[in-house]
Design a protein around this ligand. Structure first.
Ligand code: ATP
Ligand code: MG
Length: 586
């Protein structure tokens, strides 16, 4: 682990970080105190949507813009906190009228449209469980998830309904109601807006309790079939606090989370954390486009930006020129999640955008950020950062008797978290056995391999299934891929272990090149030599194959299991669990 710390102290006109002296805060920290900062509800009640909007209205933010929506065709709409409170009341009243209540599942299948945000908040208010589905899924992944969630109501658009629900509606017997955000009533569907107009925008406060189910998120499916992780209203304590401490959100900020609400990041940090922190949330309906993104950062005066390594790699691939001429001076903090953030990305952010990207680590199961590079600390590029106050992380090895051994700093093992943080998932839908396997003693085992250095920074090695053993060495993909990404021709790299009679496995890498680089033998030799010089012969890749793009999940993560399957020559049938990859773009 070699690193040169990046130390970016606040500029004189910037506010001090929200989380300053972490050790002092940590000593005095308890989740009970964090919960006490929430508004709460009578009789010990708690509701995420109430904390996100009604509470802010009561605190005087009613006229503050909560959601600034940028349509893909240039439209622009703003919703204040008071607007969102009223609209979500209406939607909750509507659900109640349709007989949808506590514990019922409500799905969305839609792009980033305002109705999705109203649905999320109204669903939470009525005590139903919000389950967002990514709109670019094909019909089969949609069917699997709607069926598994047993959703009684779905909010979608006419086009998505026609393509992905109607042809298989008979296979979804639990789905009683479909509301179209852009359509009229007919025999099978109702108009979202017509129904909303008939409802009052007033409503008594919610009656949910902290342990009531609130959110159902399917995991990304990077390592196998996606799992449905259940979260409860208590999670809001973690969403709010991590928004304040890690993302450094404060009232008055303009915040942009590029993740789609079809994934956990797009809800935890694309809805709940920003609204519970009283900021203005930017939502862009359009897909990735480097020039559009820079224009949004500049024009909307975005202060805090939360994005993903896959987006950062795409920006790097387009080149720094696209950023030129945009005034990014409002940016105060940039962070990333979803995959390892390569040191190249951290440094590129600093050089090109004036801020380093701060890596944060968490999972669908953890519900909120657990380990992070925070604004007040030096970044060690390539490290995920340190556990937050209230989070106890360790590197462990499972024992056969069901316990765990805690490993020392420098040792490689599984990343584990001591149970008990509010946003911890409370189950995998209909898979209790799998849920239990995630725990040993009072530790949650993440399935990721990592090490901790002597100063308490955590370093990601890879997912347990992606780490390989070659001639007795354990090698994680991250280390090898990082080195290749240092080469100016490389845009993406993915490492796998290829079975080998002598070494057990050898390191093989798949590489996608930046524009203007030809995939020929000379470059292959150059890249292998480049990697060998930096990694040494034991760890260096022995084989390198060019691809135009690496296979990724719908959320943009590199799927090494697909690379492995390709390498082993598995027939397509064996790849059928890779349901994220089928289906059409919406
Ligand atoms: P599945 O569980 O279905 O295979 P997934 O694990 O990709 O999919 P998510 O919950 O969306 O589903 O992703 C969490 C995982 O993403 C983590 O366990 C880790 O492997 C990876 N990840 C997230 N953030 C980081 C990070 N900062 N550094 C390295 N890996 C990360
Ligand atoms: Mg996972």
């Amino acid at each position: 682990m070699s690193w040169t710390p990046i130390c970016k102290k606040p500029a004189p006109d910037e506010p001090a970080p929200n989380l300053i002296d972490e050790t002092v805060m940590r000593a005095g920290f308890s989740w009970e105190n964090a919960r006490a900062e929430l508004a709460g509800l009578p009789n010990g009640g708690l509701n995420i949507a109430y904390e996100a909007v009604d509470r802010q209205v009561e605190a005087g933010l009613g006229k503050t813009v909560a959601l600034r929506w940028l349509g893909k065709n240039g439209e622009r709409r703003e919703y204040t906190y008071a607007d969102l409170a009223h609209l979500s009341n209406r939607f909750a009243n509507l659900l109640e009228r349709l007989g949808i209540g506590k514990g019922d599942r409500v799905c969305t299948l839609a792009g980033r449209i305002p109705e999705l945000y109203v649905t999320a908040l109204g669903t939470l208010k009525v005590g139903a469980v919000f389950c967002p589905l990514f709109s670019a899924f094909g019909p089969e992944p949609v069917r699997v998830r709607v069926a598994k969630s047993r959703a009684r109501l779905l909010v979608t658009t006419s086009l998505l309904y026609q393509r992905k629900i109607l042809p298989q509606r008979e296979q979804l017997p639990d789905l009683e109601h479909v509301l179209l955000a852009d359509g009229d009533d007919d025999s099978n569907v109702r108009s979202f807006h017509t129904l909303m107009e008939a409802e009052s925008d007033r409503r008594a406060p919610p009656t949910t309790l902290p342990e009531d189910w609130a959110l159902l998120h399917f995991t990304s499916g990077t390592t196998g079939a996606p799992k449905g992780a259940v979260h409860v209203h208590d999670a809001v304590a973690a969403h709010r606090l991590t928004g304040r401490w890690v993302l450094d959100l404060r009232p008055g900020d303009v915040f942009w989370c590029t993740a789609d609400p079809g994934w956990v990041t797009g809800v935890s940090y694309g809805i709940i954390a920003p609204l519970t922190n009283g900021v203005t949330l930017v939502v862009d309906e359009a897909e990735f486009d480097a020039r559009r993104w820079y224009a949004i950062l500049a024009r909307e005066r975005v202060n805090v930006w939360y994005t993903a390594p896959t987006a950062i790699r795409m920006l790097m691939k387009v080149g720094a020129d696209a950023a030129h001429g945009h005034d990014l001076s409002a940016l105060r903090f940039m962070a990333s999640v979803g995959e390892p953030l390569n040191p190249e990305g951290v440094i590129w952010g600093l050089e090109t955008l004036g801020q380093p990207f701060h890596d944060t680590w968490w999972q669908t199961e953890t519900g909120a950020i657990m380990i992070a590079n925070t604004r007040d600390r030096d970044i060690r590029p390539g490290s995920m950062g340190q556990p937050l106050p209230g989070v106890e992380a360790a590197i462990v090895r499972r024992r056969s008797d069901g316990g765990v051994d805690l490993l020392e700093s420098g040792e490689e093992g599984e990343l584990a978290l001591r149970t008990g943080w509010p946003s911890m998932f409370r189950g995998y839908l209909e898979d209790e056995a799998r849920y239990r396997q995630c725990f040993a003693a009072d530790w949650y085992l993440s399935g990721d391999l990592a090490t901790r250095d002597a100063d308490g920074y955590f370093w990601f090695l890879g997912r347990s299934g992606d780490v390989i053993k070659t001639s007795g060495h354990l090698i994680g993909p991250f280390e090898v891929e990082n080195v290749l990404l240092e080469h100016p021709a490389v845009a993406e790299a993915g490492m796998i272990g290829k079975p080998d009679d002598y070494a057990g496995q050898i390191v093989k890498v798949f590489v996608a090149l930046k524009p203007d680089h030809a995939p020929d033998d000379a470059l292959r030799r150059e890249l292998l030599g480049f990697a060998r010089n930096r990694l040494g012969p034991a760890v260096a890749p022995r084989e390198l194959e060019f691809m135009s793009d690496l296979p990724k999940t719908r959320s943009g993560k590199i799927m090494r299991r697909l690379l492995r399957a390709q390498e082993l020559g598995l027939p397509p049938g064996d790849l059928s669990t890779l349901e994220n990859n089928d289906g059409n773009e919406s």
